[in-house]
Design a protein. Structure first.
Length: 412
């Protein structure tokens, strides 16, 4: 099987994915980042009454149309404690922000535009406009009005309006369940004492974090040895849990100890493709096990993370009905780049903002795919397409931004 171009591999994977559209009800305080499964209509009118927008005096416009008018204070209206009477001719009610405007009043005079007199009286010192500083009933929304549509991603502002609409819980799409299976006789969990031929397993933690950040729940199937029966049993646990995606880490190639692909096929997986024209990450396996997507990521941690970023993140977000994360951008090369071969390169690099607001990108001198420390220090991946020519200093250079803080500041 020939190497598949990255863009074609991504398109084939995402074209095979359909948003899950299974929903659940979650409490309002757990709904941040979730996607509404239904239109959300207001359960009440907001504000539920004409309300004062300022601290001042509620009065009749005709009694205070010109400065120097004198009025008698007959009570007070505060938030949660409305004045129950009616404002008549020559009368006013002391009112506070958010309080109901009493019957008979049609305007609010700012407190600083009134002078206090003896005997609970005021004199106006500034002209007013009829209706000023009053928020009319229903100014924000009306009962039964659809304020948030299905498909909306809930953030801080949308949660605020959902709460104001009197919703204690929301119907949202379920998060996809990602089951992660690490394979290899050589792997031990962090905190263990590795044997002479063993290494500490690290992939699971990075891929799990990436999956959660993308909007998924994670089921860790643990580490299994290079044994078909053990791998089959782990696949069975994922299927019982109704995983939407099964991620395997390592063992997806065709070496004597690479048993994952053959075992998955024996379990019923339909292999779509494997071997991608990219570096790092060539031995990526993509298939399906019934309705479950299967991604076999390389065992090399850097290769696994790059493939996770390019394939797993967009797959999860499509299943979860979330918009894709825009990571692509362009920076200027801080150093010259050599011509590339037939595989698409993803080079770990740093970004530096220039005085004119642009960005310079410089790859690390060592790009060995086993070097996790380099990845931890990278701001981005420089994308070098197949057969790309040499690149001079200052040339535009496509990048994939890794860090959330840079995503917010990077000029795309």
């Amino acid at each position: 099987m020939s190497l598949l171009p990255v863009a074609e591999a991504q398109a084939r994977l995402l074209n095979s994915a359909t948003p899950l559209h299974r929903f659940e009800s979650v409490p309002l305080d757990m709904a941040v980042g979730r996607v509404l499964a239904r239109d959300l209509a207001a359960r009440l009118t907001q504000p539920p009454f004409d309300a004062s927008a300022m601290d001042g005096y509620a009065l009749r416009f005709e009694d205070a149309a010109t400065p120097g008018s004198e009025l008698q204070i007959i009570g007070a209206s505060a938030a949660g404690h409305a004045f129950e009477g009616t404002v008549g001719k020559g009368e006013t009610v002391r009112i506070f922000t958010g309080a109901p405007v009493p019957a008979g009043a049609d305007s609010v005079l700012l407190q600083e535009d009134a002078g206090r007199l003896e005997g609970d009286r005021i004199r106006t010192t500034y002209p007013i406009r009829q209706g000023q500083h009053i928020r009319p009933r229903g100014q924000d929304f009306l009962e039964d009005e659809v304020v948030l549509s299905a498909g909306t991603v809930m953030d801080f502002s949308r949660l605020t309006v959902a709460a104001a609409m009197n919703h204690p819980a929301l119907d949202v799409y379920r998060r996809p369940l990602v089951a992660i299976l690490a394979t290899g006789d050589e792997l031990v969990v962090p905190g263990s004492e590795p044997g002479a031929s063993q290494i500490v397993a690290s992939n699971t933690f990075g891929i799990a974090a990436l999956a959660r950040n993308a909007g998924a729940h994670v089921l860790d199937l643990g580490i299994v040895p290079d044994d078909s029966d053990e791998i089959t049993a782990a696949i069975g646990r994922a299927r019982v849990a109704k995983a939407d995606i099964i991620i395997t880490l390592g063992g997806a190639s065709v070496g004597d100890h690479d048993l994952v692909q053959a075992t998955m096929i024996a379990a019923g997986m339909q292999l779509d493709f494997w071997r991608i024209a990219m570096r790092p990450g060539k031995p990526l396996m993509v298939g399906s096990l019934g309705e479950t997507h299967v991604l076999g990521l390389p065992g090399n941690p850097v290769s696994s993370l790059v493939c996770g970023l390019l394939f797993l993140e967009p797959l999860i977000r499509k299943l979860a009905s979330l918009p894709p994360v825009k990571r692509d951008g362009v920076a200027k090369a801080a150093v010259p780049f050599a011509a590339n071969d037939q595989r698409q390169d993803y080079m770990r690099a740093t970004l530096t903002k220039t005085a004119d607001g642009g960005w310079l990108v410089e790859p690390f001198s060592r790009q060995d795919s086993s070097m996790m420390k380099v990845f931890s220090r990278a701001d981005c991946l420089v994308v070098r397409p197949p057969h790309a020519p040499e690149l001079a200093v200052g040339s535009p250079c496509p990048v994939i931004v890794l860090r959330p803080d840079l995503l917010e500041r990077f000029c795309f």
